[in-house]
Every structure is written in structure tokens, then in C-alpha cells.
Design a protein around this ligand. Structure first.
Ligand code: ATP
Ligand code: MG
Length: 588
């Protein structure tokens, strides 16, 4: 058998007619049905030969683009000792997402969720002077995270393959250059992978640091919501959106705060309706209130990693907005956050559910953070800390003083863009890559310095850059599929050509063997469907598997032609049998 030819009769593959019962998103259904991956446990998958081929292609492109910016490949164990992660604080900060285990001597180990610490220590061990810098190191490695919601097959695994690279520079300018090089490499990579991506600014989250961007593959099933301003090109993950604060207002002209009986007003809508019946007036006539004039106080509790106790936190947002838990989580990270439950309310009887106000929180020493729109001089309708009572014209900076601001309110389409140009539109995406100027956090924690030109030690500044390699298999499948199956872009496809022998005729088999050998000779990877199955079964499998080009050797052979079909466009053409190899390989 010619190298480069794989026979369907030999291929370790069984395609399925039915979608897997646990699959929610198209890529998951198709990758299982087409025989690329199989589930072993939640978020844990095995790779079949077709899946391995795509995965290896993606890894190859990743390596090519990393090598092109001067990255050097290294490899770390996945099984790691606790100590470096204790030094950086992440042994506790990582919380429940970290897979921890003990060896037979009861020493603590972990399965690496990401490898900043190890890279930092490796560079510390192998370098000493400024001449050793800058350096970019990378690995393609299996990572482990005990994700709370493993879903969507290999899109969010608990074991997954990531390319992570790290840059080490002596100056901020150097770090900016390494970051820019990665940004370009990622743009080239995703374009070669056939993945449309949107670059958005991102919050640094648990890692702490400054400049950070994500590469999101726009996709309805994506877990990340991002917003952009079409007018300005501003684009950000919603967790990274900062709310422009309106100008402060004068306190002097605000009416006094007055408490009213507001029976049966459990919701913002009923509260607004009730306040509008009170007949309140100002200099310009009757006052009308809307939900945006109310101040909603959402009670949560937070807990820092390693802390034993939860701490109460009041979050104040304008009543026309919900609290977005993901934004709140990002804002309080690395602390955990949860809504109060009935037991918490019972333990804190001063919290009058439905009527909580800033004054009561202050009296009871509860930390209170507000949305940036709640500036000094703004007047609010809010809870009066007594059942059935609300206060009108409670003025920030006069009647209550928040402990600070917090980005927790939902971001909405139509909100003004934080860069001041245009309004926001929202979309969803899959996070494919993340580039991040870490700065000196890990170098400081682990003592990575280099002797500068003057002999004095300089603390190294780092960048960290990740690509979801296994996730890319699924993300590409999300963007390139139709009702019949997968539609792989050429650079990642498991094979270049899917060659189908349609009939039982010996001449057809012989012609197909010759074509397969010719294509393989020219360096193409060929999948030859030599099975005894019916043509209908073979065509359906070809469409499901998604090889970019297929050739059918069938009845036309009697007239000296075969049929070439492009999977992406459905475009079919008949080609003389002697010209098909030349036609597909660019030869004559
Ligand atoms: P997410 O927000 O999706 O959880 P993350 O912010 O945790 O991602 P990083 O820690 O920056 O991601 O990891 C780098 C890349 O690894 C991500 O951009 C993503 O492509 C990939 N990745 C992260 N978590 C997973 C996972 N559970 N399964 C598959 N790929 C993942
Ligand atoms: Mg994550």
C-alpha cells in the first residue's frame, strides 16, 4: 500500500447515525458521530484516529507559528509538586479547579492547570545575565482543570491540550515587543486554522497583571459574551468592560430624603409604580420615577482562597439593571462569591429582605460597593431597612457613602462605548487564545532576576500566552459544519482527499487504486473508501467526516471521467480520469 493512502476497510472508525444523548452543541454531536472523539468521563475524552489527525495538524501549525517568532519548545510534566504553586500563592488561589493529589509519602502534588511557575523556575535555573534575554519558551501540553461546568465535549474539558508560551524580558519595552509578536503569530495561526476570531480586551482575572487580550471565535454557542462598538472598533469581553462614570452632581439642590410606606412592592416594577402614585413634585412639576431611579442592593458573600469564613458584601446597582454574576466574579477574583441563602438571612436579621438599603448596611458594618453610575450627588429610591418601607431621595455622598465602586451590573446593547465613541453591540464567542502581559509577579514570587550590564540584579518581566489546541478542533467544527457533517478547512483536515469507489465493478477499484497511489505520490493524504457498503452509505460518511475534496469513481468511468466534489461549496465537476491527479496536485 502506498504511503499516504488509508483504506476505510482498515481505518479504526465507526460512524454513528444518532447524536450522542449528552451533546448540546453541534461540534460535540458531529465529532462524536463522525468518530473523532469518545467520552470517557465528564470533560474527559479519548481521541480516535481521525481526531488525532486533526489534533496533530493543529499542533503542527501552532509549532510553526511559535517557531517563527523565535519560540523554543520545551516540555514540563503534568504531575507537579506543590511548592512552586505555594510560592506564587496559587496552591490556594486556584481553589476547587485544581486537581490535587498525594503520593505514597503523603506529599502534595497537583496536575498542572497552567505552568507559569515552572517556566519561571526553569528560566531561573538556566540563565544568569542580561545576555540570556529576551527568551520565548513554549510547550504543547495536557492541562488539568476541574472545571465547574465541563460541557460541549472537548470545548471545555477537564483534561485538555493547550499551547502555553511565556516571554522573559528585562524591560517593559521588551515585554511589549514579545506581546506584539505573539499577537501577530496568533492572528496568522487562527487564519491558517480557518478560524474567524475577534480580538477583545480582557480582564486579567486570577493571574493579576496589566495588558491582556483574548481571541474569541464568534459563535452562538460560545460561553464568552463580548461587546464592541462598530463605530470605534472597541471590543471587550463583558468582564473587562468598565462603566464610564457620569459627572458628580451638586448635593445642595437635592430634596431631603423621605421614608414612605410602600406596602406590597416586592419588585422594582411594583416599587416604581407605587412611588409614582405618591404625588411627588419638584420645581418643574410632577416627578416621574423609572427603574433607573431606584437603587437595588444585592446581597452576596465573598471568601478569599484559604479563608475559613464568608464575608457579607452589598452590591448596589441601578434598579433597571441586573447583577451579572460573571462580571461580579471577575471583579472580586480571586475571592469566591455567592448569593446569600435563607440561612444567611436568618443569621443576619438586620437584613430586611426586599427592603435593604445602604444606611442599614453601613450601620451594621457591611461592606458596600456600588456601580460607577452611582456618583456623589445622585438621588435614589431604595430600601429603608424596614419591612414595607422605602426611602426616596437618598443622596450619595450626603445620606450614604459607599466603600467604593464595583463592575457588577450587566452590560447591555446600546450602552455607550467605554471609549466614548458609539454604542455597544453584543455577541458570543469561544475563547481560543489569551495573551497577557504578566509583568513581574511570578519573577518576584520565585526570585527570577538577571545581572544587568552594571552587574546589578534586574527583575525579569514576563508575558504568558495560551492557545486552546484541543478546543480548536471543536471550535473549527463549530464554524465549519452543515446539516450533513463536518467541513474541515484544508490545513487541518484529517485527509486531503476522500476517494469513493461507488460501484462493485473491478475496473472502478483498479482506477481508484491508481488515482490514490498518484495522489499519495504527490504528497497528499488520501482516504480510500474501498468498503463493500452501498454508495449512499459511503457518500453520507464522506459528508459526515468532512474531508475538503472527494473524488467519486463510479459509472462515469465507462466514459473515462470521475466526479470531484468540494465539500465546502458542494461544487461538483467531472474530470477525465487521467487528469484528476494532476488537477488536484497542481501538476500537469
Ligand atoms: P475559559 O475562560 O474558557 O475558561 P481561561 O481564561 O481559563 O479560559 P486560559 O487560562 O487563558 O483560559 O487558557 C488559555 C487557553 O486554553 C484558553 O484561551 C482556551 O483556549 C484554552 N482552555 C482553557 N480552559 C479550557 C478547557 N477547560 N478546555 C479546553 N480548552 C481550554
Ligand atoms: Mg477557565
Amino acid at each position: 500500500m502506498a504511503r499516504g493512502v488509508t483504506r476505510m476497510s482498515d481505518l479504526f472508525l465507526r460512524t454513528l447515525r444518532e447524536d450522542p444523548a449528552d451533546a448540546e452543541v453541534p461540534s460535540h454531536k458531529l465529532l462524536v458521530r463522525a468518530g473523532y472523539v469518545r467520552r470517557v468521563a465528564p470533560g474527559i475524552y479519548s481521541w480516535l484516529p481521525l481526531g488525532m489527525r486533526v489534533l496533530k495538524n493543529i499542533e503542527r501549525l501552532v509549532r510553526e507559528e511559535m517557531d517563527a517568532i523565535g519560540g523554543q519548545e520545551v516540555h514540563f510534566p503534568a504531575l507537579l509538586p506543590k511548592e512552586p504553586y505555594e510560592a506564587s500563592g496559587r496552591w490556594t488561589e486556584y481553589g476547587d479547579a485544581l486537581f490535587r493529589l498525594k503520593d505514597r509519602k503523603k506529599a502534595d502534588y497537583l496536575l498542572g492547570p497552567t505552568h507559569e511557575e515552572l517556566f519561571t523556575l526553569m528560566v531561573k535555573g538556566e540563565t544568569s545575565s542580561y545576555r540570556d534575554f529576551p527568551v520565548i519558551l513554549y510547550q504543547v501540553q495536557t492541562k488539568y482543570r476541574d472545571e465547574e461546568r465541563p460541557r460541549a465535549g472537548i470545548l471545555r474539558g477537564r483534561e485538555f491540550v493547550m499551547k502555553d508560551s511565556y516571554s522573559f524580558d528585562l524591560t517593559d519595552e521588551g515585554l511589549a515587543e514579545s506581546y506584539a509578536a505573539h499577537r501577530l503569530a496568533y492572528q496568522r495561526l487562527f487564519s491558517r486554522l480557518g478560524l474567524e476570531v475577534q480580538i477583545v480586551s480582557a480582564m486579567s482575572g486570577a493571574m493579576g497583571g496589566s495588558a491582556s487580550e483574548e481571541f474569541l471565535a464568534p459563535c452562538e454557542t460560545g460561553e464568552d459574551t463580548y461587546v464592541r462598538s462598530p463605530e470605534s472598533g472597541y471590543a471587550a469581553n463583558v468582564e473587562a468592560v468598565t462603566t464610564p462614570a457620569p459627572p458628580e452632581q451638586s448635593i445642595a439642590d437635592k430634596p431631603e430624603a423621605v421614608v414612605y410606606d410602600t406596602p406590597d412592592t416586592p419588585t422594582i416594577d411594583t416599587l416604581v409604580a407605587h412611588v409614582n402614585t405618591l404625588g411627588l413634585r419638584d420645581g418643574s412639576g410632577a416627578r416621574t420615577f423609572t427603574a433607573a431611579d431606584t437603587l437595588k442592593n444585592v446581597m452576596v458573600k465573598t471568601k478569599l482562597p484559604g479563608a475559613a469564613e464568608w464575608t457579607l458584601l452589598g452590591v448596589g446597582v441601578p434598579g433597571d439593571r441586573e447583577v451579572d454574576m460573571k462580571r461580579l466574579e471577575a471583579s472580586v477574583s480571586p475571592a469566591e462569591v455567592a448569593l446569600l441563602d435563607d440561612a444567611d438571612f436568618a443569621a443576619n436579621p438586620f437584613l430586611t429582605k426586599g427592603y435593604i438599603g445602604p444606611v442599614g448596611l453601613a450601620k451594621n458594618g457591611v461592606r458596600y460597593l456600588v456601580d460607577p453610575r452611582i456618583v456623589t450627588g445622585t438621588a435614589w429610591v431604595t430600601g429603608a431597612d424596614e419591612h414595607g418601607r422605602h426611602v426616596v431621595d437618598l443622596v450619595a455622598g450626603r445620606d450614604f457613602t459607599p466603600d467604593g465602586t464595583i463592575e457588577a451590573a450587566e452590560v447591555r446593547e446600546g450602552d455607550p462605548s467605554p471609549d466614548g465613541v458609539g454604542t455597544l453591540v453584543a455577541a458570543r464567542g469561544i475563547e481560543m487564545g489569551h495573551i497577557f502581559q504578566l509583568g513581574r509577579k511570578y519573577a518576584e514570587a520565585l526570585g527570577l532576576t538577571a545581572a544587568g550590564e552594571d552587574g546589578r540584579p534586574v527583575t525579569v518581566t514576563m508575558g504568558s500566552y495560551g492557545v486552546g489546541v484541543s478546543r480548536a478542533v471543536a471550535a473549527i467544527a463549530e464554524q465549519h459544519a452543515d446539516a450533513k457533517g463536518l467541513v474541515w478547512p484544508r490545513e487541518v483536515a484529517p485527509f486531503d482527499v476522500h476517494l469513493v469507489i461507488a460501484g462493485k465493478d473491478a475496473a472502478q477499484s483498479a482506477a481508484a487504486e491508481t488515482i490514490a497511489a498518484g495522489l499519495a505520490e504527490a504528497g497528499l493524504e488520501v482516504l480510500l473508501d474501498d468498503r463493500k457498503a452501498s454508495p449512499g452509505v459511503k457518500f453520507a460518511d464522506a459528508e459526515l467526516i468532512g474531508v475538503p475534496t472527494s473524488i467519486t469513481v463510479g459509472r462515469g468511468l465507462a466514459n473515462g471521467v470521475v466526479e470531484v466534489t468540494e465539500r465546502a461549496t458542494g461544487d461538483r465537476r467531472e474530470i477525465p480520469v487521467d487528469e484528476v491527479v494532476g488537477g488536484l496536485t497542481g501538476g500537469s
